[in-house]
Design a protein around this ligand. Structure first.
Ligand code: FES
Length: 144
């Protein structure tokens, strides 16, 4: 299987790994296709993602896509972060082998789950449209 240089970089030196010392939102999701798990920690202030980290029991592609996803939304507003798609993350990594595309769904869903956790805790869960896609119905245009 051929991985791009960027995928190998983020797999070998993942950014933002571990549990944040200070966080106010956490999201955990499982991958319906392989059973792997992803947890995303966010520290949000004034609706801005000030800090972010992830932990995963996932494969190398899950590690690389999560690493890239955290870099893409760090410092962004929660509104912008909710627009992050696994396709955009895969593009930023210059592609993934087709059989590994499903791995990239974990990062996107964990980000959304963590933001939803934040919105619930602050009583604002109806304020944003949060796509609760579980990556299995193929009704949307996600790359899974
Ligand atoms: Fe499970 Fe990649 S095989 S996330």
């Amino acid at each position: 299987m051929q991985y791009t240089r960027k995928v190998m970089d983020h797999f070998s030196n993942p950014r933002n790994v571990g549990e944040l010392k200070k966080y106010n939102a956490v999201g955990e999701v499982g991958n319906a296709k392989c059973g792997d798990i992803m947890r995303m920690y966010l520290y949000i202030e004034d609706d801005i993602i000030k800090d972010i980290s992830f932990k995963t029991f996932g494969c190398g592609a899950a590690i690389a896509t999560s690493s890239m996803a955290t870099e893409m939304i760090k410092g962004k507003s929660i509104k912008e972060a909710l627009q992050l798609t696994n396709k955009a993350v895969v593009e930023a990594l210059e592609g993934l082998p087709p059989v590994k595309l499903h791995c990239s769904v974990l990062a996107e869903e964990a980000v959304k789950a963590a933001i939803l956790d934040y919105l619930k805790k602050t009583g604002r869960e109806d304020e944003f449209e949060v796509d609760k896609c579980k990556g299995c119905c193929k009704a949307c245009d996600h790359a899974h």
